[in-house]
Write a new protein. Structure first.
Length: 195
């Protein structure tokens, strides 16, 4: 198989990834099958089985590729506003009729399998590191004390959203996301989120 960037291997991987995401959007993790991904992607199912193994491998690969995409970071000049925008980005992503079911399927897969759990952990570690740039800028501006755990500020800002979505199954409003961001900001300013 050609492994050059843009070669057949890359085209196959992209086709399978797109088919995996479409299947997750329509059927969730419980409905994800190699057979359906193969049909949708136009890639023979033996190739999909050989390269990805099964649904867990498809999920892990889709998450790995998604982790390579840059997250749009706000730069409002205020950490509080930046955190609000990040929290709203997470909330609205899960509320999106296409992206939301895919994201929820990733979380569901991670609860059920070790491979997807590792992939989701790596995905979020990358996202938190990317988003931590807004916190680093705030430390430089003097908004936060030196030694603030920059990734923990991001985790603290978005954790209540995930809690409502996946633990208590409550709706998450824009105001809920805003309050989560404000709580993270207040904790960071008070020095609670120190590394």
């Amino acid at each position: 198989m050609d492994r050059r960037p843009g070669g057949r291997s890359a085209r196959v991987r992209d086709a399978v990834r797109q088919a995996t995401l479409a299947e997750l959007a329509e059927h969730g993790y419980s409905g994800l099958t190699v057979e359906n991904v193969a049909i949708r992607s136009g890639v023979h199912k033996t190739t999909v089985y050989r390269r990805w193994g099964g649904a867990e491998g498809l999920i892990a690969d889709a998450l790995e590729l998604a982790g390579q995409e840059q997250w749009p970071l706000p730069d409002t000049g205020s950490l509080r506003d930046d955190l609000r925008e990040i929290a709203e980005l997470v909330r609205s992503g899960f509320a999106d009729p296409i992206a939301g079911p895919i994201s929820a399927a990733f979380v569901s897969a991670a609860v059920q399998g070790e491979g997807p759990a590792r992939a989701l952990h790596a995905f979020y570690a990358t996202r938190h590191e990317q988003a931590a740039e807004v916190v680093r800028r705030a430390v430089v501006r003097g908004e936060l004390p030196a030694g603030t755990d920059v990734a923990d500020v991001i985790r603290t800002a978005v954790a209540p959203i995930y809690y409502r979505l996946f633990i208590t199954h409550e709706p998450v409003t824009e105001r809920d996301a805003e309050r989560a961001a404000d709580a993270a900001f207040a904790a960071a300013r008070a020095g609670v989120l120190h590394s």
